[in-house]
Design a protein around this ligand. Structure first.
Ligand code: BTN
Length: 238
């Protein structure tokens, strides 16, 4: 199914990779597929999905955000996925930086690639993998899907278009990073009041006290000292 701002492919290596060929399309343009042979995850990991079971899509957005505030893109995207899930009757949380969690398990992952020009993030390729109809996740005890939770099947292309709508609305409502955006994201953070973390030096208990628009996570440790971490510098143990 193809329309002006939506392209469907039976199979691709990665929707994020293909999105680069469509980078000049209108903001909100979506590339979706039924199967990825080399799906990419965060931190150089791969993203696997059974064929034609889950949403695998990349959305291209034209933006005007400062590179130092580019974590706002993660916040906006996470809020859009949470709002999509809410429309299906499913309450989700966000595990920093942008894993989407339902019932303590990961239902969706987000991989964002930005094009920076001067002091501006001009374009963003927002790759989203959302588990829809897959119910077995070998070797991934912390994975879940909409079917697992709601006991019904979802049409992949319909969900990809509904998510496109949620993203367009959320980007429209958040043209500039704001305290309101940060508050909405913060309120949805998974285990923000207490969790175990591991950094390079130790394992510790902490509470999230703030997130900066540059992506820094501020954790107050149980001895009351506060530490700031960027992605990959700390891991929540769960
Ligand atoms: C993560 O590791 O949590 C991020 C996973 C992102 C996966 C999606 S699937 C669609 C898009 N294309 C890719 O190759 N990756 C993203």
């Amino acid at each position: 199914m193809t329309s002006e701002n939506f392209l469907w492919f039976e199979q691709l290596s990665s929707t994020n990779k293909t999105a680069w060929q469509y980078i000049d399309k209108q903001s909100g343009f979506c590339i979706a597929t039924g199967f990825q042979s080399s799906g990419r995850g965060q931190a150089g990991n791969s993203w696997t999905s059974e064929p034609n079971k889950n949403l695998l899509a990349s959305y291209i957005f034209s933006l005007d955000i400062k590179p130092a505030e580019c974590f706002a893109i993660s916040m906006i995207t996470s809020l859009a996925v949470v709002s999509l899930l809410k429309s299906y009757g499913c309450t989700a949380e966000i595990k920093w930086p942008n894993d989407i969690i339902v019932d303590n398990k990961k239902i969706a992952g987000i991989l964002i690639e930005n094009i920076v020009s001067g002091d501006k993030v001009e374009k963003s390729i927002i790759g989203i993998g959302l588990n829809l109809n897959q119910t077995e996740f070998a070797g991934l005890p912390n994975a879940t899907s909409l079917k697992f939770i709601l006991k019904k099947e979802f049409d992949i292309q319909t969900v990809a278009r509904e998510l496109q709508h949620c993203l367009i609305t959320e980007f429209e409502n958040n043209k500039k990073p704001s305290q309101e955006l940060k508050k909405s994201y913060f309120e949805l953070l998974f285990r923000k009041d207490r969790a175990m973390y591991r950094d390079n030096n130790s394992t510790f208990e902490g509470k999230i006290i703030d997130i900066d628009f540059d992506g820094a996570l501020k954790i107050q440790k149980s001895d009351n000292c506060t530490e700031s971490y960027y992605f990959k510098e700390v891991q929540m143990l769960y």
